[in-house]
Write a protein that binds this ligand. Structure first.
Ligand code: MG
Length: 163
């Protein structure tokens, strides 16, 4: 059995429009602004998707779901994650674990971490123990510290049986 690890990163800026919802890890989080993006701008789902695709050597989310394609406008990123996951399984890999760090000055994300783990795990047809999500601030520094947007790092571990 071979183990493979992939890394994913994503960032999105907060929009000016108050109407946009803030979706992270498939969970709607009460906040005065949402993130800008072609899809629902779920940076957690996007970073996990890239980590999975990276571990499987299947490219990246932008290649699989181009952001100039109207099919992915306002798309539910958990569904994109699930579609990427199915490609990863098709390529002969088994999902083992994902670990995620969200960096956001506000809102406070700790109360939503359990719900995000459950949603991401569900998209990967796994139990919540297979997904770990942590949230921290940037200690007031730089664009994240000024509350201009959110950044997410993720790693995913896959197992490949056979060679
Ligand atoms: Mg993104």
């Amino acid at each position: 059995m071979t183990m493979r690890v992939g890394i994913g990163y994503d960032s999105h800026a907060f929009g000016k429009k108050k109407a946009r919802r803030l979706i992270l890890g498939g969970v709607e989080i009460p906040h005065d602004r949402g993130l800008e993006g072609h899809s629902d701008a779920d940076a957690v789902a996007h970073a996990v998707t890239d980590a999975l695709l990276g571990a499987a050597g299947l490219g990246d989310i932008g290649r699989m779901f181009p952001n100039d394609d109207p099919r992915w406008k306002d798309a539910d990123s958990l569904q994109l994650l699930n579609q990427a996951f199915l490609k990863v399984v098709e390529a002969g890999f088994q999902f083992v674990h994902a670990d995620v760090t969200i960096i956001a000055e506000r809102p406070k994300l700790a109360p939503h971490v359990d719900a995000m783990e459950a949603k991401i795990a569900e998209a990967l047809l796994a139990g919540p123990a297979h997904v770990s999500i942590k949230a921290k601030t940037n200690e007031g520094m730089g664009w994240i510290g000024r509350g201009e947007g959110i950044a997410v790092f993720a790693v995913a571990t896959l197992a490949q049986h056979g060679d």
